[in-house]
Design a protein around this ligand. Structure first.
Ligand code: HGY
Ligand code: MN
Ligand code: MN
Length: 419
């Protein structure tokens, strides 16, 4: 077995194998319009993990699953006393997700393990691949859940208690899958961590760049707005005497869009869920629930968006003389990635001859949590039209291979010499 320095040829990943595996993984939970619905801790999610293990088994890695369902594959280094260099992402998808969001980062990480194995390269530091549990937070309502618990940013009890729309808790779903209960998670020592991901936005494609050298992630939060009215008959109740929560929604929505416009083009405001109770076409709703996802790269503008939401809802409730509330139920503060890791990505892209640009991430990623524990950075590749969280999500095989090669070399630059 050679050390990384001794390997003459520049180690590269196998782009065809990566593409083929992305398509095979995409078949698990395939939707009618070419996307993927493989939500966290469903049987499909576990089927995807089994397929990953089938590919990984011949590589001689040690596999373990922690108490919140994170899966780790460990490739021994020449010196097992050294902290590992980790990569990873997620296999769970949105309900109308694509084949690449998250999955690409996991399978590119598998390419790193397999390329080192095939090219008989033994790094000084161990190499780890992580499959983080419930990154999307669509089935269980906390995004980047598994990495947040691993990083100590979310209590395992709070994560265990999260329930899906059918009332099944994370703990019950893990129990059903035979994942043992753990009070606290053992955090393996890490020297550095990298994650490769499709950009999920239009910038790289517009700028004709192959690689995004990601320097950080914007501030983001999810809010739940509740408005209480009174159920009454749709036909007999005059408009003037109703206690109709939709009147509040009708005032709040245009105000929210105006507030986002006032903050500027970097503001992100998304109303993703709107529910009424009892949800009957001929009953004035007694209760309205909607979610508001807010994001901005600059803290003062992010705070302005949050304050605007509170003010706009309070004013609309007062005008309608109805009761209600705004609750921030999930937040991920903005992150600046480690300069040495960012430079490792930049110099790998440069050495490999790929066009690149520095950028921040609009989407949240598990690396936001990993960065709280270890020096971290990310690598982006373009996706068609910047489309993601959409069944039509697409990326070019050549770009995906390029991102995986940058991942391989960025990891090698920190893994082959003992720290
Ligand atoms: O919402 C996000 O940014 C990520 O896809 N979980
Ligand atoms: Mn993702
Ligand atoms: Mn996503």
């Amino acid at each position: 077995m050679q050390t990384a320095q001794a390997a003459d040829a520049v180690p590269m990943v196998n782009g065809e194998r990566l593409w083929s595996r992305l398509m095979q993984m995409g078949a698990i939970g395939a939707t009618a319009h070419g996307g993927c619905n493989r939500q966290a801790l469903t049987e499909l999610d576990f089927e995807g993990r089994r397929l990953l293990m089938q590919w990984a088994r011949p590589l001689g890695c040690e596999a373990r699953v922690d108490g919140i369902g994170n899966l780790f594959l460990h490739r021994a280094g020449a010196d097992e006393r050294l902290p590992a260099v980790l990569t990873g992402s997620h296999l769970d998808t949105q309900p109308t997700g694509g084949k690449f969001d998250g999955v690409y980062g996991v399978l590119a990480g598998l390419e790193v393990l397999e390329s080192l194995h095939e090219q008989e390269i033994r790094t000084a530091h161990p190499i780890e691949l992580a499959v983080w549990c419930n990154e999307e937070g669509s089935r269980f309502p906390a995004a980047m859940m598994g990495s947040a618990v691993w990083a100590g940013r979310m209590s395992i009890d709070a994560a265990y208690a999260l329930k899906d729309a059918r009332g099944i808790s994370v703990r019950e779903a893990l129990e059903q899958a035979g994942v043992p209960f753990e009070r606290t998670l053992a955090q393996q020592p890490l020297r550095a961590a990298f994650e490769v991901h499709i950009e999920q936005g239009p910038i790289l494609e517009q700028q004709h760049k192959t690689i995004g050298v990601v320097t950080g992630v914007q501030h983001m939060c999810r809010n739940e707005v509740l408005v209480y009215g009174q159920e009454t008959h749709a036909g007999t109740t005059p408009m003037a005497v109703r206690h109709d929560p939709i009147r509040v929604l009708a005032q709040v929505l245009p105000e929210l869009y105006r507030a986002a416009e006032r903050v500027g083009t970097d503001a992100r405001m998304t109303v993703g869920i709107i529910e009424t109770y009892p949800g009957s076409p001929n009953t004035v709703p007694g209760r309205l629930r909607f979610t508001v996802d807010l994001r901005h790269p600059q803290q003062q503008h992010y705070r302005a968006l949050r304050e605007a939401l509170e003010r706009i809802v309070a004013e609309a409730l007062a005008r309608s003389q109805l009761q209600g509330s705004v609750r921030c139920y999930w937040e991920a503060p903005g992150v600046s990635f480690d300069e040495r890791c960012v430079e490792a990505v930049r110099s790998a892209a440069d050495a490999l001859g790929y066009s690149y640009m520095k950028m921040i991430s609009g989407a949240g990623h598990d690396s936001c949590n990993v960065a709280a524990i270890a020096p971290t950075s990310m690598i982006f590749v373009p996706c068609a039209g910047g489309l993601s969280h959409n069944e039509a999500e697409q990326a070019a095989a050549t770009d995906l291979a390029a991102g995986a090669n940058v991942l391989l070399h960025a990891m090698l630059s920190l893994a082959h010499t003992p720290a």
